[in-house]
Ligand binder design. Structure first.
Ligand SMILES: *Cc1c(COP(=O)(O)O)cnc(C)c1O
Length: 385
């Protein structure tokens, strides 16, 4: 066992033991291991049944029809398929894509690649609270806009977009709406029909499922098309070829069923943890909130600690697993583009840490983190002043 306190749930969550148990039953000879595309024997049908059961579990969480779920290797691939697949398939209608400057890299880098391909991208600047307003979106819409991509919950800030209001603007402009909801599953309600979402990216491992599996929700109407990015046997109605990863898929299905059943209770528990952390920090000087907690999920809070360097603080907090910026850029020392994007001054952006909690975080974890933080800040501030 390790004595590390894990406060990096936004980077990935541990697999729920109930999920791991089901996955194990879909791997070995005595389990359901066959190829779900094998039509010639019973074992293949059983695997197909397992995959279709999981497809329904994922669809149910987001109010979709199971036929609207396309399995992918994760939310990164789902984002790539949504943006590139949709822009290419709808080239004849227009070449304009709208997104924001603080999307996940899976969207940002895909949009940059589309620019190389001759598409045009408008990069919306969010407000200080990490959200794009419907008015800002309305101003960016053009006659040739075919797709708008905005995330449900920002992975560094926790900021929640008002999806229904944004969807209205998108549809009034005749475009389609893609939402990266990797951080939103089990955190906020995600009914695609009620919210007006046409494409939605999902990930297993941000919601207590396994890594390496995700899905793209693709609205099912006659005129709605995507070009495939991965070609082969024509799986997933031709949108994504490749043998389905049965064990990953049943794991993601179970994780999503648990999110539907327990997500709200999880978030209530987590809100008490965040309040405990904030109460414990109240008497420490120079703590700035990068997260606007009024519009954010309770499981992510990004804080800046004036007068210290985030990397040094992280080093001093060895017994706490945390990240500066997002996990994906912790190798570089540049301030997070997300914090920059909402206007956090560079010195504060470099002094920021993201705390993220989850289903298995305890009061004792928070108290340990607070004690370590207090100790580390005292040490670092003493040496720098
Ligand atoms: C983690 C994450 C992704 C990438 O998901 P993978 O399943 O790891 O590919 C995409 N978008 C957001 C917002 C994320 O948090």
């Amino acid at each position: 066992m390790n004595s590390l306190v894990y406060l990096d749930y936004a980077a990935t969550t541990p697999v729920d033991p109930r999920v791991a148990e089901i996955m194990c039953r879909h791997l070995t000879l005595d389990g359901i291991f066959a190829n779900p595309a094998s039509r010639s024997h019973m074992l293949g049908w059983q695997a197909e049944q397992a995959v279709e059961g999981a497809r329904r579990q994922v669809a149910d969480l987001i109010g979709a029809d199971p036929r609207e779920i396309v399995w992918t290797s994760g939310a990164t691939e789902a984002d790539n398929l949504a943006l590139t697949g949709f822009m290419r398939a709808n080239r004849g209608r227009g070449r304009h894509l709208v997104t924001s400057a603080i999307e996940h890299k899976a969207v940002v880098d895909t949009a940059l690649t589309l620019e190389q391909e001759g598409f045009e991208v408008t990069w919306l600047a969010p407000g200080r609270d990490g959200r794009v307003t419907p008015q800002a979106l309305r101003d960016a819409m053009r006659a040739d806009t075919v797709l708008v991509s905005l995330m449900a919950v920002n992975n560094e800030l926790g900021a929640i977009h008002e999806l229904a209001g944004l969807a209205e603007v998108v549809h009034a402009g005749g475009a389609a709406f893609h939402v990266d909801a990797a951080q939103a599953v089990g955190r906020i309600p995600l009914d695609v029909k009620a919210l007006g979402i046409d494409l939605m990216s999902l990930s297993g491992h941000k919601a207590y499922g396994p890594k390496g599996i995700g899905a793209l929700y693709v609205k099912r109407t006659p005129d709605f098309r995507l070009d495939a990015l991965i070609h082969g046997g024509g799986h997933e109605r031709g949108m994504r070829s490749g043998t389905l990863a049965t064990h990953q898929i049943v794991g993601m299905g179970e994780a999503f069923a648990l999110a539907a059943a327990e997500g709200e209770a999880d978030q209530q528990h987590i809100a008490t943890l965040r309040d405990r952390l904030l109460a414990g920090l109240a008497d420490i000087d120079g703590v700035h909130h990068n997260t606007d907690t009024r519009v954010a999920v309770p499981n992510i809070i990004n804080l800046a600690f004036e007068g210290v360097d985030g990397e040094s603080l992280l080093m001093a907090l060895r017994e706490i697993a945390l990240s500066t910026g997002s996990a994906c850029n912790s190798a570089s020392v540049e301030p997070s583009y997300v914090l920059k994007g909402i206007g956090v001054p560079r010195p504060l952006a470099l002094a920021s840490l993201r705390f993220s909690f989850g289903r298995f975080t305890t009061d004792a974890d928070i108290d340990k983190a607070l004690a370590a933080l207090r100790h580390a800040l005292e040490g670092l501030r003493r040496t720098t002043t």
